[in-house]
Design a protein around this ligand. Structure first.
Ligand code: GLC
Ligand code: CA
Length: 564
């Protein structure tokens, strides 16, 4: 069956024009250290990204979002930033950055960079100044310092857990402790301090002046904090309502004042710079506030990413999120994978909702064990079907590097070569740990070639080891194979330029609780069979299918129907 109809318009990169380019954009996330290594030191770099601009253009994405490439000791994969307005020398220089932006823009692609405002690294000048200054000094006020408890301050101010395990307070040796919601190398800023506001306004202008089109805002829901003199215990914290807007540090109402000020900076550029919030908040209603046009403008919706491959869940999530973003004047966002979660072919190959950490002895493993209990054939089939479902939705889609190659999670990284603090610091803790093996398994340098050193990633030893089977998924091999996942993504992104119209859809009842069917305003239709049995083939002109279609609609398959 032909996957696409040659009468449809050819791919024109950069057809999304004007200030609204982001509303239905496909954004490709690059994790810079693992994308392409131009100088052979085993670490991906900006020149590597520049060398692959043709690939990104041919893939058909509209924008590239780069995870942090700033100077960093890599305590948390670069989300521990030493200097917000420079490039890590291992990744390149500001000149390399400018060159990359020029090349991406010339190919019609927008550029989004990551802003990490909840915390700096412990090597940031502000934090170094805070350490050098005494307790009670103005330098310490830019962060959240507290006296320790106990006679000499030898006990932490509270028993709050940090995201990567351990306690969220670190002593500095003089009886004071600082708050770190994540790793201890990531001290939380005090957003009640004007210097912190100024630091980020300057950073937004710095990158905007260099031609950056938008920003992804890390942990956007935790900047505003109001910690009482007597801190609640961790157990008491769990009892507090995180949707009230008055929790001591989660999703506080006044965080939006910060983004209103950022919006003024964004709107001082032409076209206005865009932003998308990473805000793991509890409800679509609370999330929508981050997406307000007077604030960041858009917010990640991780509901599909955390859902099973389940038609009722998918339908509810889509309906709820479209309603919320319409109400606030934003557009919906859809994500299946990113640098923080198990890649979706693996997730969908696990038993339902089992991609969560499970502790076996002292080791965190994916439920079912890293090597068994995963049905990768089923996972890959479902991943392709879910991807075509997602790409047919109104709103913007965020793709993570390597998902277009159908890469599963790499489970077999020797433990002593793992880098992620979510792995290292979770071994003795029962706290929040993303996925059981940490996040290195989705951050392995991607395979460009079937053979050769680091499968075409570079010429040196890659900073995270690649498994022997990686070459089977190499981009160059998939380019030549019309049935490959890469070919499917390319065709989908090409056709999507016709499919995207008004930001709405209409559900069509199918008579089966396993089949979802929706129609876009211009007549395109998407049909997904989530079930284990084949379903009747829908009427119409099928132009794309996630698995081979014959007389019926196979199990776990999505098809796209073009208007007659
Ligand atoms: C966000 C990032 C994650 C990082 C954390 C702390 O969740 O996506 O990678 O570890 O923030 O900055
Ligand atoms: Ca390099």
């Amino acid at each position: 069956m032909p996957r696409s109809d040659s009468s449809l318009a050819p791919h024109e990169p950069g057809t999304v024009a004007g200030a609204d380019w982001w509303r239905q954009a496909v954004v490709y996330q690059v994790y810079p250290r693992s994308f392409a290594d131009a100088n052979g030191d085993g670490i991906g770099d900006l020149k590597g990204v520049t060398s692959r601009v043709g690939y990104l253009r041919d893939l058909g994405v509209d924008a590239v979002w780069l995870s942090p490439f700033y100077p960093s000791a890599l305590a948390d994969g670069g989300y521990d930033v030493d200097d917000y307005r420079d490039v890590d020398p291992r990744i390149g220089t500001l000149e390399d950055f400018d060159e990359m932006v020029t090349a991406l823009h010339a190919a019609g692609l927008k550029v989004i960079v990551d802003i990490v405002p909840n915390h700096s690294s412990d090597r940031h000048v502000f934090f170094q100044a805070a350490l050098a200054a005494p307790a009670g000094s103005p330098e310490r006020e830019r962060y959240i310092f507290r006296d320790g408890l106990g006679e000499n301050g030898e006990l932490p101010p509270s028993d709050w857990p940090a995201a990567f395990g351990g306690i969220a307070w670190e002593p500095v040796g003089d009886g004071q402790w600082y708050l770190h919601s994540f790793a201890k190398e990531q001290p939380d800023f005090n957003w009640n301090h004007p210097d912190v506001h100024e630091e980020f306004l300057e950073t937004l202008r710095f990158w905007s002046d260099r031609g950056v089109d938008g920003f992804r805002v890390d942990v956007a829901n935790m900047l505003a904090k109001d910690l009482p003199e007597v801190l609640p215990s961790a157990a008491e914290l769990l009892g507090l309502d995180s949707t009230s807007g008055h929790h001591p540090f989660l999703d506080r109402d006044e965080v939006h004042d910060i983004y209103a000020a950022w919006r003024e900076v964004f709107n001082s550029y032409d076209p206005p710079r865009t932003a998308v919030a990473e805000a793991w908040v509890s409800s679509p209603e609370r999330r929508a506030r981050y997406a307000a046009p007077t604030g960041l403008g858009q917010a990640f919706n991780f509901d599909l990413l955390t859902a099973d491959f389940d038609p009722a869940a998918f339908r509810r999530i889509v309906t709820e999120n479209l309603a919320q973003s319409a109400a606030i004047g934003s557009s919906s966002t859809w994500v299946l994978s990113n640098h923080d979660v198990t890649r979706h072919p693996t997730r969908y190959g696990l038993p339902p909702l089992a991609g969560r950490p499970v502790k076996q002895g002292t080791e965190w493993v994916l439920a079912g064990g890293p090597a068994d209990g995963i049905d990768l054939d089923a996972g890959s089939r479902r991943a392709r079907a879910a991807t075509l479902f997602l790409l047919g939705l109104p709103g913007s889609a965020y793709l993570y590097q390597g998902e277009e190659l159908g890469l599963p999670e790499v489970a077999e990284i020797p433990n002593d070569q793992r880098q992620d603090p979510a792995y290292w610091r979770s071994l003795d803790a029962d706290g929040w740990t993303f996925d059981g093996l940490g996040r290195d398994g989705c951050r392995v340098p991607i395979p460009w070639e079937p053979t050769g050193p680091s499968f075409g990633f570079g010429t040196g030893e890659p900073h995270l080891p690649q498994p022997g089977w990686f070459g089977q998924s190499a981009a160059s091999a998939q380019e030549a194979d019309p049935d490959s996942t890469l070919a499917l993504y390319r065709e989908a992104l090409l056709l999507r330029r016709e499919l995207q119209s008004g930001e709405s859809l209409e559900w069509i009842e199918t008579g089966s609780d396993q089949v979802l069917h929706f129609r876009r305003p211009n007549g395109w239709e998407i049909v997904t069979n989530f079930g284990a049995e084949a379903a009747p083939l829908p009427q119409g002109r099928i132009v794309l299918a996630s698995s081979p279609v014959a007389a019926d609609l196979p199990a776990e398959t999505t098809v796209w129907l073009a208007p007659a």
